[in-house]
Design a protein. Structure first.
Lengths: 367, 329
């Protein structure tokens, strides 16, 4: 029913299956800051400030960045758990960002999410079988008489014995709980799963189990993942492509090998230099970033990273770098890789700001 | 669970023993007690043969108050344990008889208030939490604060002024109208019901504020939990998210507080009953208190203490009923 409804809206887009399952264009999510008494909006936390990427069918894209850079917000906005401020999310030809609440509800089985904290994302009042099965019934994924077998099968695929069905979440360890979360999302037979730091809350031996489970499921069911993490070695292991975020912006995007062997953006370089090497004798040449991440409510002008960048140039303080394809399939936003035309444009922006700033009256406006 | 219950019961008995002892000491030492008043009255009668102090000694011996506080308490305790609570001094009938005559009025009043409290406060609290910081939320918050901070006697007087004096819909106080005897059975029922309206409204208004705030707070806490986001991501309809996922988890603290207040239905509402002259247990105990009626007060306070201890026990046991985590371990 729902599928037909969605299909009739965009018939041409659905007919020709695009190579990409998910296309995110200029996604923006601002959280308004309200004044304490009158509840007027006095500013915005720019959690996601224009992010663009595509994910191929059956592939995994890793999304990395330090805490508070907007990775999770990005994932949740794609899922429409947050309303996007602007931008589009095209999922298999359907514009998710413009669907009504009812349409999005019918879309849910096709795109699922695994949350970061398996301790708080399972309702303590419901037995495991119900947690996994509730949405299966709700969306009529399988006929009624197969329902029970289906749940058992899903649980077994995720490494959970089916007799766990009647137990409650608090009886399980963190790793088992995360398996329940994965089984829960998998039970809806999705094509796309947003994994929002699915292993960050687990200890390392369990992390490996869960990562391998995710990889096996991808192989068996042809799933597509958006894998959000701050653990770079995990991302390197599981992803086909990697996007690096800083303060709400994507700063670099490329295939995993390319970005790990040849990071272009100074931020990516600093980030990757922090990957621990499991060898006590290894000399690591770490790039230490000065200061802490600026507030997303009041980000620096120009390149947002310029306050901490080791290779900061004059132009970085004024003009925002453009999102450019530096080599094939390798995108980066940094003035270091500007083409002559881009340099010209950026210089024009810089000159413009500099000239207005000399006039003291105008300065007020800039602030 | 059984062992736990037994242990709790044993503790309750010990607590009860000392609570009643403290109450007995207070009652025993109350200035211008029942016996003193009575002795003064008898001594000042025309043609009184004995002086005040003689009457005092006589009456003290008659009422068994001449044995000292500890022994007096033990005597009271001994007969109370056997089920003999003595005769009320103020009502001149057995204490249990007076209790039986009054408690059901209090229970009906309490039950009406309890049911309406739940029916009004919980849906309002949920609605307020669902739309936090909306106009509805602010309106209910203000309403709840007014309800909580309104003194019972003031509210009762206000209601009387508006509905009895100005509008003339209800009688000022009492449980029956002046034509009560001439009415048919159904008419009698309606008459009494009508007299119960204002006391019930008073009790409902003063009690819903707290429960509403409590529901709202708990609901907000649950609505911000990760598993609510999970439920939404599963594509569960919003109505089910609220009623099935969120409310179920809100119910844990709610049921325990409400369960704990269940025995309170029998304890009566002293101020409201006095204001509206409803002859419930609260009103009876108030009258007894003013006349220093030791047997009745001892009985009533023992009863209240037992209810309070029972209420705590019930709410702890109910935790196990509503929360699967407690039930299993």
């Amino acid at each position: 029913m729902s599928e037909e409804k969605v299909l009739t809206q965009q018939p041409e887009a659905a007919e020709q299956k695009s190579e990409y399952l998910l296309e995110v264009t200029d996604l923006v999510k601002y959280f308004p800051i309200k004044s304490s008494f009158f509840k007027r909006t006095i500013g915005n936390v720019k959690a996601v400030d224009g992010v663009t990427f595509k994910i191929r069918r059956g592939e995994t894209m890793g999304l990395v960045g330090e805490s508070g850079c907007g990775k999770s917000t990005c994932g949740r906005t794609i899922m429409r758990l947050y309303e996007p401020t602007s931008g589009t999310v095209i999922f298999d030809g359907h514009d998710v960002s413009k669907m009504s609440t009812e349409e999005i509800r019918h879309m849910r089985p096709r795109m699922q999410m695994v949350f970061q904290d398996p301790y708080s994302s399972l309702s303590p009042r419901l037995p495991v079988g119900e947690i996994i099965g509730e949405a299966v019934r709700e969306h009529n994924i399988v006929p009624k008489e197969e329902y029970d077998d289906y749940i058992s099968r899903v649980m077994e695929v995720c490494g959970l014995p089916s007799y766990y069905k009647d137990r409650y979440p608090h009886e399980f360890s963190g790793g088992q709980r995360q398996r329940i979360c994965i089984a829960r999302s998998l039970a809806l037979a999705p094509e796309f799963i947003v994994c929002d730091e699915p292993v960050s809350a687990l200890d390392v031996s369990i992390q490996a189990q869960i990562i391998n489970l995710l990889k096996d499921l991808q192989r068996d069911f042809g799933l597509t993942y958006l894998f959000i993490s701050h653990d770079l070695s995990v991302v390197e292991h599981i992803s086909n492509t990697v996007g690096v975020m800083y303060l709400g912006n994507m700063v670099e995007y490329a295939e995993t090998e390319k970005i790990f062997s040849n990071p272009l953006n100074p931020y990516t370089k600093a980030l990757f230099s922090a990957i621990p090497i499991p060898d006590p004798d290894a000399k690591i040449n770490r790039i230490i970033l000065k200061g802490s991440i600026p507030s997303p409510a009041n980000p620096p002008r120009g390149c947002k990273f310029h306050t901490r960048c080791a290779e900061c140039m004059e132009i970085c303080k004024y003009a925002r770098p453009e999102w450019t394809e530096v080599e094939e399939g390798h995108f980066c936003a940094c003035h270091k890789y500007n083409s002559p035309e881009q340099n010209e444009r950026a210089n024009a922006v810089m000159e413009n700001i500099k000239s207005t700033e000399t006039a003291p009256v105008k300065e007020q406006e800039v602030l | 669970m059984l062992k736990y219950t037994l242990k709790r019961l044993l503790y309750s008995v010990i607590i009860l023993f000392f609570v009643m002892f403290i109450i007995y000491i207070l009652m025993y030492n109350m200035p211008s007690g029942y016996i003193e008043t009575k002795a003064r009255e008898l001594a000042s009668r025309p043609g009184a043969t004995k002086s005040y102090s003689q009457w005092l000694d006589d009456l003290n011996a008659q009422y068994g108050m001449d044995k000292g506080v500890v022994q007096g308490y033990l005597i009271w305790l001994k007969s109370a344990v056997r089920g003999d609570w003595g005769d009320s001094w103020a009502w001149t009938i057995p204490v249990t008889q007076e209790f039986h005559n009054t408690v059901w009025y209090s229970f009906i009043l309490g039950l009406i208030a309890f049911v309406f409290e739940i029916l009004i406060a919980i849906p309002l609290g949920i609605a307020a939490a669902k739309k936090q910081y909306s106009l509805l939320d602010y309106a209910t918050t203000v309403f709840a604060m007014v309800c909580i901070s309104m003194p019972t006697f003031f509210l009762a007087t206000l209601l009387k002024y508006v509905f009895s004096v100005k509008l003339g819909w209800f009688d000022l106080s009492g449980m029956q109208g002046r034509d009560y005897i001439n009415l048919s059975d159904f008419g009698k029922f309606l008459d009494v019901a009508k007299h119960f309206v204002l006391p019930s409204v008073t009790l409902i208004i003063i009690s819903i504020g707290g429960l509403m705030r409590y529901t709202r707070t708990n609901m907000l806490e649950v609505l911000n939990a990760d598993y609510i986001r999970t439920a939404r991501a599963k594509g569960v309809p919003e109505k089910k998210v609220i009623n099935y996922h969120a409310f179920r988890n809100t119910m844990i603290p709610l049921v325990t507080t409400l369960g704990g207040s269940l025995p309170g239905l029998f304890s009566g509402a002293l101020i409201t009953e006095t204001q509206f002259a409803i002859r419930g247990i609260g009103y009876a105990s108030y009258t007894s208190m003013t006349q220093a009626d030791i047997p009745f007060i001892m009985f009533y306070l023992a009863f209240i203490s037992i209810l309070t201890l029972l209420g705590n026990l019930i709410s702890d046991l109910l935790y196990g009923v509503v929360d699967p985590r407690v039930r299993l371990s």
